[in-house]
Design a binder for this molecule. Structure first.
Ligand code: KG4
Ligand code: ZN
Length: 340
């Protein structure tokens, strides 16, 4: 079973071919970072036009790489939300056109589900598992019970973790995208220099909050005119330490709850763009060990947006017969768990 996956929900245009034996047959990805850099963030209209301009050639590339013919795929999957709707429509319409022309099933993939299921491709993790999903738009703790079955423990009350990284990077003038820039600057910084607040830490429940932390960083930075590169590195390192502490605190509580709810569950998984962060991976790996759970984080290139995860989510859906109709409408918002 082979699925073609397409990803166009934000600023990565990507195509991939994956099979049910968990093999990546081919992948191609074009990051639009340079198109958006001078705006300091992703501009939806530019993103959509760029997806339109490049998606076809990326699809050609993966078929050439894999030496497969179009009609050798069993289905076509595309991210159909959540995301920037102009871009999502480009991927969805392309996948529908392929599906129609080849008389193959069309699979509408939830981008969050694609992140959530990636550890099953990379590490064959079995259901149920506890997932910390940390990306540019989302920050959630969920029990992943099965394909399409999620139990939400906690979510952010304001900003997502990735958004906080991006905003702090902007404040420090470290460039875009913010997460990798903060991580790099933090490597030469003193993480203990600044004492920043740790929102929600020690509180009941599993929710997150990052806007207060971001405001504290803004006050700190505005109070230090003439910031040197070392100052910036110290702010970045202190901020990263605190974000890791907040994420770990909530995850520890969720691990305790998950173990009660799902005694057969063995694994904590982290996924989404922020899961590429080395400091976070180390922190969570220690927390999981303390809680007696295994820890799984996909390779960084499969944490940030890519089409491999979309093709894999397509395989998971197709195996269960979850095929979508060609009149499926792309969704700018598409929560994984209904209680959101
Ligand atoms: O999953 P993703 O690629 O796109 C969304 O679905 O949102 O996540 C993008 C987010 C951005 O906020 C980016 O700054 C963050 O992930 N990110 C990181 C790192 N790499 C990407 N955050 C912290 N450390 C990183 N190394
Ligand atoms: Zn994503």
């Amino acid at each position: 079973m082979i699925v073609l996956g397409l990803e166009t929900s934000c600023d990565e245009t990507a195509a991939a071919l994956v099979n049910a034996e968990r093999q990546i047959l081919a992948e191609a990805l074009l990051s639009q970072t340079e198109d958006h850099r001078r705006f300091g963030g992703v501009v939806p209209e530019i993103a959509a036009r760029s997806h339109l301009a490049h998606l076809d050639s990326l699809i050609e590339k993966v078929f050439a790489q894999s030496r497969l013919r179009f009609d050798e795929v069993d289905a076509i999957a595309a991210t159909c939300g959540p995301g920037l709707i102009g871009g999502v429509m480009v991927g969805a319409m392309t996948a529908k056109a392929f599906a129609l022309a080849l008389s193959k099933p069309f699979l509408a993939v939830n981008h969050l589900e694609a992140h959530a299921l990636t550890p099953r491709l990379t590490d064959n993790v079995e259901f149920p598992y506890l997932l910390l999903l940390v990306s540019g738009g989302h920050c959630q703790l969920l029990a992943v019970e099965d394909v399409g079955r999620y139990r939400l423990y906690g979510t952010t009350l304001d900003d997502a973790a990735g958004e906080a990284f991006d905003k702090v990077a902007k404040l420090l003038d470290l460039g875009f995208p913010g997460g990798p820039a903060i991580e790099k600057a933090a490597q030469t910084g003193n993480a203990k220099r600044f004492d920043l607040p740790q929102p929600m830490v020690g509180r009941k429940g599993f929710d997150f909050s990052f806007s207060g932390l971001k405001t504290s960083v803004r006050h700190l930075v505005h109070g230090m005119p003439g910031l040197t590169p070392q100052d910036k590195a110290d702010v970045a390192a202190s901020f990263q330490r605190v974000v890791c502490a907040c994420l770990a605190d909530r995850t520890k509580r969720a691990m305790a709850q998950f173990k009660k709810d799902f005694p057969q569950g063995t694994t904590l998984v982290v996924a989404g763009g922020v899961a590429a962060n080395g400091a976070l991976r180390k922190t969570l790996s220690d927390s999981a060990a303390q809680a007696g759970l295994n820890f799984c984080a996909p390779p960084p290139a499969l944490c940030t947006d890519n089409a491999v995860m979309v093709a894999w989510a397509g395989i998971e859906k197709l195996r269960l017969g979850f095929i979508d109709s060609l009149d499926f409408a792309p969704k700018p918002r598409w929560p994984l768990a209904s209680s959101e």
